[in-house]
Write a protein that binds this ligand. Structure first.
Ligand code: ATP
Length: 326
């Protein structure tokens, strides 16, 4: 018999498409197992300020297809302090909340780990971030939607690039992680990809452009925003302009459109599976772990590992870009 009677669910850090599907899954499965469930607005900030809303079956109706998060999200400097976390604990106790499901990224899980240990409080995390930068899951909730947003936007850029014979340097999100750049780059047939994890040989990129097909009307180079080695999209375009003065070179920074919009079916299914697994696992006594999906199966990774272990870049994918951009 589970000791847990009332679960709190919240989203925290950067929003990602599919967070609503995850909230819905947590709420509906908690109700299915006759648990009470409370939504906490604006992440740890709302927890400290007591922003709780009871959730019922209907409260999560018609949200599976919506981007963003109906519970809203926030960054909470106060939760980083012992006093802030103490206040959050007081608020949870006052509501008789026994356990939490935290939907967010590495910062959210760092907070969850500290809080869970400090107050011996059961928490499970769902990976909700567009970056796909958490160890212990093949995909994070929001990543698939984000790369599809990028691909759709670059397809449009390709049309105009092709019509004017332009080279576009496109900056995509990814401060520390180049997975959005890498996958979407393959998806749009990019000539080159610049990501933070690897040192890009600018000379080799230039050489490839020189020896590459001169009859190719458009060229797309993708740069992850955290790529520092070559100086980011603007600097890369300046270097290219010097070497190829005859090219018409443009920069496009995709920005926040990458995180918005309807979640893809893949993100909705992932969020639904992980949400149900989180509730069932809390009832079984699991805690301080991230619930992810590895090779198609539910997998649990201690918060510590999920945050600190580096997500390896698949070198084969990188090679594919080179091979196919001939
Ligand atoms: P994303 O990857 O999309 O940015 P995230 O979960 O990493 O999402 P952060 O802003 O880094 O987003 O973290 C969310 C919140 O987690 C912070 O605002 C803070 O309240 C809490 N948090 C982060 N690090 C710590 C920490 N060391 N101690 C306590 N709380 C923390």
């Amino acid at each position: 018999m589970s000791e847990i009677k009332k679960i709190g669910v919240f989203t925290s850090g950067g929003d990602s498409p599919g967070m609503n599907a995850a909230i819905r899954a947590v709420v509906r499965s908690a109700l299915y197992y006759n648990l009470e469930v409370v939504g906490i607005r604006r992440g740890y900030e709302g927890m400290i300020l007591g922003e709780f809303i009871p959730m019922d079956r209907k409260s999560v109706g018609n949200i599976i297809q919506r981007g963003g998060t109906v519970l809203r999200t926030a960054r909470s400097p106060e939760f980083r302090t012992k006093e802030g976390r103490q206040e959050a604990y007081k608020q949870l106790k006052a509501q008789n909340i026994d356990a939490l499901v935290a939907i967010g990224g590495d910062g959210t899980f760092t907070g969850a780990k500290i809080f869970g240990e400090e107050f011996d409080f059961p928490i499970l995390g769902l990976p909700g971030t567009i970056d796909n930068d958490l160890f212990g899951t093949d995909f994070t909730i929001g990543y698939d939607t984000s790369i599809n947003n990028v691909v759709e936007a670059i397809d449009r850029i390709r049309d105009t690039a092709e019509s004017h014979s332009r080279l576009f340097v496109v900056e995509v999100m990814g401060r520390d992680c180049g997975l959005i750049a890498l996958r979407s780059g393959i998806g749009v047939g990019a000539e080159s990809i610049f990501i933070p994890e690897t040192k890009t040989d600018m000379e080799a990129v230039m050489h490839r452009l020189e020896i590459g097909r001169q009859d190719k009307m458009s060229k797309i180079l993708i740069v992850a925003e955290g790529e520092g080695e070559s100086g980011g999209a603007m600097e890369i375009s300046e270097k290219l302009k010097k070497r190829f003065p005859h090219y018409d070179i443009r920069v496009s920074i995709l920005g926040h459109i990458q995180r918005g919009g309807k979640p893809t079916c893949m993100d909705r299914v992932l969020a639904s599976r992980l949400g149900v697994a989180a509730v069932e696992s809390l009832m079984e006594g699991r805690r301080n772990e991230m619930v992810g999906l590895l090779n198609g199966k539910i997998a649990f990774t201690p918060f510590d590992h999920a945050i600190k272990h580096h997500v390896e870049i698949n070198k084969d994918l990188f090679k594919i870009v080179d091979i196919l951009s001939l």
